[in-house]
Design a binder for this molecule. Structure first.
Ligand code: ATP
Length: 205
């Protein structure tokens, strides 16, 4: 089974593209949603957060998201520390999940595949690319935020242009090319590559 990453800049349309793959029957892991769940469910992560940020982050046994946001919002080294605790747990969770799937290939949707170093576990990486002005406009509309909120998030990621150069395939979400035919073409390509892999892998008795 092939493991395929799906990444792109903020608001490029990763989730939108991932949903098309899901409709085609491909299992998709959403890293952002998973990490939110892990704050409450992963005991190892809880232990390390308490150790580095204090027991009060889990007062009442529940992760205090607002408190953590207020700590890391204005303190980049603390944000980096938090990421260094969360990313390995999300990567481990994604790998466990991927290994449980039964499909020709699976997709892991994550904004920070390159930044978190999780690309090494993946066979291919698809990049979703959209011009910056569309990304700003879409995120402002979707989240009801201003331009500054977009720029603040964007500052934590490597530049989209560099990111796209590191990807094996690109889906252009620029309101000129249609997205679904691009996803269909990639789907068939990945099915073919997965079949090649199966036909060339050694048979174990
Ligand atoms: P984030 O980085 O914030 O997780 P994302 O890369 O997952 O974002 P989406 O949430 O898929 O991006 O898309 C951002 C917004 O833009 C959504 O509201 C989505 O519906 C909209 N959008 C995506 N692609 C298009 C398109 N081709 N035309 C119009 N709207 C679009």
């Amino acid at each position: 089974m092939l493991k395929v990453g799906l990444t792109g800049g903020i608001g490029s349309g990763k989730t939108t593209v991932a949903r098309v793959f899901e409709i085609l029957g491909i299992p998709v892991f959403y890293a952002d949603g998973a990490s939110k769940r892990l704050y409450d469910e992963d005991e190892e992560l809880q232990r390390s957060i308490k150790q580095h940020f204090g027991e009060e982050l889990y007062s009442g046994g529940v992760f205090n998201r607002e408190k953590m946001a207020s700590i890391v919002f204005t303190d980049p080294p603390k944000l980096e520390l938090l990421n260094s605790l969360v990313h390995p747990r999300t990567i481990a969770d994604a790998n466990n999940w991927m290994n449980r799937q039964q499909a020709p290939y699976v997709i892991k949707e994550a904004a920070l595949i390159f930044e978190s170093g999780s690309g090494a576990d993946l066979d291919y990486i698809i990049g979703v690319s959209a011009p910056r002005h569309y990304r700003i406009q879409r995120v402002m509309e979707r989240d009801g935020v201003n331009r500054d909120a977009f720029l603040q998030r964007a500052a934590r990621q490597i530049d989209e242009e560099i990111k796209m150069k590191l990807c094996d395939f690109i889906v252009l979400n620029n309101e000129q090319q249609l997205v679904i035919p691009q996803v269909l073409e990639l789907h068939h390509k990945l099915l073919r590559r997965s079949a090649e892999l199966t036909s060339t892998s050694p048979v174990h008795h």
